[in-house]
Design a protein around this ligand. Sequence first.
Ligand code: T1G
Length: 697
Amino acid sequence: MTSAVTMNIVDNIAVIEVDNPPVNALSFAVRSGLQSCVREAEQHQSVEAIVLSCRGKTFIAGADITEFGKPMQPPALPDLLADMDTISKPIVAALHGTALGGGLEVALTCHYRVALASAKVGLPEVLLGLLPGAGGTQRLPRIAGVELALDMITSGRKVSSTEAAKAGLVDKVVDGDLLDNAIAFAKQVVADGQPLKRISDMTATVSDPAVFDEYRAKLAKTRRGFDAPQYCVDVVQAAVECDFAEGCKKERELFLKLMTGTQSQAQRHLFFAERQAGHVVGLDKATPTREVNSVAIIGAGTMGSGIAINFLNKGMQVTLLEMSLEALERGIEHIYAYYDGQVNKGRITQDQADASKALLSGTDAYAELDSVDLVIEAVFENMGVKKDVFTKLDKYCKPGAILASNTSTLNIDTIASFTSRPEDVIGLHFFSPANIMRLLEVVRGEKTADDVMATAMKLAKDINKIGVVSGVCDGFIGNRMLKGYGREAGALLLDGVAPVRIDKALYDFGMAMGPLTMGDLAGLDVGYRVRKERRERGDDVPVTDGAIADRLVEAGRLGQKAGKGYYHYEAGSRTPIPDPEVDEIIQQAMAALNRTAKDISDEEIVKRLIYPLINEAALILDEGIAQRPSDIDVVYIYGYGFPVYRGGPMFYADTVGLKNIVADMEDFKSRYGDDWEIAPLLKQLAEQGRKFADLAK
Ligand code: T1G
């Protein structure tokens, strides 16, 4: 027994209880405590059966991820479970909360499972770049069938106790007191005197062995570049083709291979990075938050209506304000169409859709916003328009209302200065589509109040976003870093590298899509207007900046929305098709700028796009715009399609080695000029042989 695991004997039933907050992870103390308690119960004459339960909010939620990468103190989980598998007395697991990973593997080693109706079970190891490493890949197919096992293990999804019961994974679903029900179940098992239901004695069968290769082909598309999902299929197949011991050996071999690989280290880094992002440096965790039950969105365009859906989904009153009644109607129709689509896809019921729609109202009168708790402005990216909006908000909104801007680049402090309450002003930068993308940049103005920050970070969690704190600068974190990425894509075009080669190199690196396809998706006219405005106000914008993109826009090639941009798009299709007209435009631009084609490798293409992200991030960290390197990883994973299995730009930089990056950048500087000026922090860390991870806080 240890403090984390205790045992009491009640009416000849040994009740073993795990108490290791916050999620009863299988730390060394829990593993050793479980081993000693189960052995003691086996030896104890009066004990007829064992119930395994947990205190707190959940049954065991998995191995203790903080122990990964460190020497494993015995008993390792597979050894503990092998021990439990020899117990001759019935063991009943009492499941509540989320029995996940090693927690479900412990439960599967028990002979029976009793679960609260609200409980969920799952094997999410694949989301950490791993596979279940303690018999889960061998037991789950045996008890629940190969198809469900493949689904759960390759997706990592949680399954409700009701669905689990249907599959035979759970023996009884109960309401009311879980422990009482589990003890009663154990007593009944003793009374029935049936042979123990040991899963390792069962066999796993599959009706059509082709299912494995079908899964491999599907995962090669949906989980492109990830190793773990493919290995998950291999070990489930082993559960069918091998005996239990052999299958466990195969599982162990592949588990250790993944555990020591970069992909899992990257995904475990992101697991903690997402959670760390929620901690605001310098903000007391006890900072009170303001009540937010009603929200107004200014602007009923694509962003405004997408933002509105986030809050409607949380059951909040949403008022959509738009000066043009026609645009207001369009915005409301867009939102209604979203909910109708969700019903048609079977994701929500008609009643749920109607309830969400009922929370939505529209107006063109600012005076009607006098009682809302939060306003989010999502109007045209022009400071004059913002000034008009925030002046009115300051006039009509109640004291204490939070006034947020969804601006993607404009200065939040300037926007705050249009009001008499700059402490209530904050940036909430959503990413399009705003109801789908999980990233939310929370831009802290110079005068933004602590409780407004705390409220915004809590709100992000409430609407299932990942809030990342950003300071005030042009482009905040993500878009500011994107500038160098886009600049180099343009430079490579002027070096005679074809659009399709640039995009393929970055797609093969793991980006969701290449930079030029992304430009066509976002619309080339956005950047065109920004460069035009900057040139008109006399900013120094190099002629090479947008040299190709501007010519494309002037030729009416605005991107996907125009059916053509860097690529041609057939009507109704998003598939980019190389277009000779674009090649012609590139040739003209090269001639006009006296540029000649260069022989550039795919490796250099990737470095010339990814290293500017890393370099700009170093400047962003140095200026205190981002709180920590891992926050920048979260921004790029959740906002820009950076490959998850590379952990984000900063984690990736550490795996490449900062010294190597600086050396390449010095070479690029000698060949391509001052755009390759190396950020002082990057140079300093490289010289000191340090990593970005050393800056974590
Ligand atoms: N190990 C260590 N710490 C963990 C943890 C874990 N498995 N899970 C959560 N935490 C910490 C988390 O970092 C946070 O800390 C706090 O608990 C609350 O988490 C052999 C190898 C269970 C659904 O992948 O999915 O078993 O920030 O904010 O929103 O086959 O945590 O407060 O300091 O997420 O209520 C498999 C991971 C492991 C489950 C609860 N298990 N956890 O969500 O709280 S690998 C998992 C979750 C494994 C075996 C293999 C969620 C949750 P802090 P939280 P939540």
